[in-house]
Design a protein around this ligand. Structure first.
Ligand code: SF4
Length: 482
């Protein structure tokens, strides 16, 4: 076998991928923040496993000096004692990435560090812009030279340009945010300030935390818990927050009415860690609720309820609580699948699903099993998992999905394939059931989605085709890499 035949940079599954996590920290006592950012990124690893990076500066030091390190791979693969020890500064940002726009290369890893006449900016971004191509062209025709193919560089350029006209960097961030359209949660370290911005729809989460005399702005509250930091509050959709030695300043110029906001419901169903809270709602509780609704709307006689790890587990528990069918564990997951995992060849006896998941025969043999998963994308994984349960002796396998069927693409950062590749496109639930060889199949109803999040306003475009803002006319994903 040739070497380049066997090394794959793909994850060994065909499911959905979360796209990025951001983490910023400013320590007013002047302590180095790089190691805390490292642990924060480690807690956000589920949001992106392709690349990661940290950039820090000293707020008392020279304005143009930023220490940064980034690379391809998991946080604990990229960072070592040695390279972390070289990152000195009490203000910094970090990033974990999965690419939905822009290729998976080291140049596209974040944070981006930009030197310009007013000093240095380090920026980390989560989300996809829908007008990045137009903005990139405008900049290119006025002389900008891009070093990456990611949206984040377009944002960084706009901030730098606006900064030439504004009195402060936070005003420049606000001006830039008013030009960009789509999903973004940003953290920016300017030489003396930490700035966080969340798009007006609030697609992606962003929270503020505090530990001793240091402030944190990050994607999820689970990263605050890891650092033993207290949760201060969510950054509101449309809000720009600026953290300086004087405290937190807020600008709400871009904020919309609550009913116009559009949080990505998939953060609750799948992306976020269950121990996180987003806009006051526990991710764990919303998954439990999804399971309860499935038990009410799609009941079945069975002996055991199991979840496909990890995100199916809480929904399975909810189903069991509501139905009084015992909850159990059917799958043992091998979580040590890194970026350079050697993907099995098509012809190989090993399947990517089996390498990740094993079935506990003792738990399922002779039983009628309800299997809860968070989504079905192409259907290939579900079909294999149902098969594995049956091979292990399950008498019946009833599949329940804690989201509605995917029918439309996402333009805001979730890696949903073309419509034609979605199993639910142009098929009835019964047809899908037959393909995945389940004994019955039930999806969460679209009408239930708001109830999962206490009535908060959400985006459900990938289920309904109705998006909170007009989608681009063409597929914008990876445009600059084609
Ligand atoms: S289209 Fe779907 S995946 Fe994309 S932001 Fe909306 S709810 Fe999330």
């Amino acid at each position: 076998m040739k070497y380049n035949d066997v090394i794959s940079h793909e994850q060994p599954d065909s499911g959905l991928h979360e796209e990025c996590g951001v983490f910023g920290m400013y320590d007013f006592d002047g302590k180095d923040v790089a190691s805390s950012i490292y642990y924060g990124l480690f807690a956000l690893q589920h949001r992106g496993q392709e690349s990661c990076g940290i950039a820090v500066c000293d707020t008392e030091g020279p304005k143009g000096k930023v220490d940064s390190f980034k690379g391809m791979g998991l946080v604990n693969e990229v960072f070592t004692h040695e390279n972390l020890a070289k990152l000195h500064g009490n203000l910094g940002v970090g990033h974990v990435r999965y690419s939905t726009a822009g290729a998976s290369t080291r140049e596209n890893a974040q944070p981006l560090v930009l030197n310009y006449v007013k000093g240095t900016l380090a920026l980390a971004h989560n989300g996809n812009l829908i007008n990045a191509n137009e903005l990139r062209n405008d900049l290119a025709y006025t002389g900008a030279i891009f070093q990456t193919t990611i949206d984040s560089e377009v944002i960084a350029y706009h901030i730098a340009r606006e900064r030439l006209k504004t009195k402060s960097v936070q005003e420049a961030v606000l001006e830039a945010c008013q030009k960009i359209k789509g999903a973004y949660s940003l953290v920016v370290a300017s030489p003396r300030k930490l700035i966080g911005a969340r798009d007006p729809f609030g697609f992606k989460p962003l929270v503020i935390g505090k530990r001793d005399n240091a402030y944190i702005i990050t994607s999820e509250t689970c990263a605050l818990e890891t650092l033993d930091a207290e949760f201060v509050r969510d950054v509101e959709p449309g809000e720009v927050v600026t953290i300086t030695a004087d405290g937190i300043a807020s600008d709400r110029t871009m904020c919309l009415q609550a009913k116009e906001q559009a949080r990505c419901i998939f953060e609750y169903i799948y992306f976020a860690r269950p121990d996180s809270h987003i806009d006051g709602i526990s991710v764990y509780n919303s998954r439990i609720l999804a399971g309860k609704f499935l038990a009410i709307d799609s009941p079945v006689d069975a002996d055991l309820v199991v979840g496909v790890p990890e995100s199916g587990n809480a929904a399975a528990l909810g189903y069991a609580m509501q139905s009084n069918i015992p909850y159990g564990t059917a799958f043992i997951k091998n979580g040590y699948v890194g970026r350079t995992f050697i993907k099995p060849q098509q012809s190989s006896r090993e399947s990517a699903v089996r390498i990740k998941l094993n079935v506990l025969k003792e738990a399922v043999a002779g039983k009628r099993v309800v299997m809860i998963d968070d989504s079905i994308v192409r259907g290939t994984t579900s079909d294999r998992i149902v098969n594995m349960l049956k091979e292990a002796g399950a008498k019946e396998v009833h599949v329940r999905i804690s989201s509605p069927p995917f029918l439309w693409p996402c333009y805001f950062g979730t890696d949903i394939p073309e419509r034609e590749q979605l199993i639910a496109y142009n098929r009835t639930v019964e047809e899908i059931r037959q393909i995945i060889q389940a004994d019955s199949l039930g999806y969460l109803k679209v009408e239930r989605l708001e109830e999962l999040v206490g009535g908060l306003s959400i985006c459900k475009g990938c289920f309904t085709g109705k998006y909170p803002l007009d989608p681009p006319k063409e597929d914008i994903r990876g445009e600059f890499d084609r």
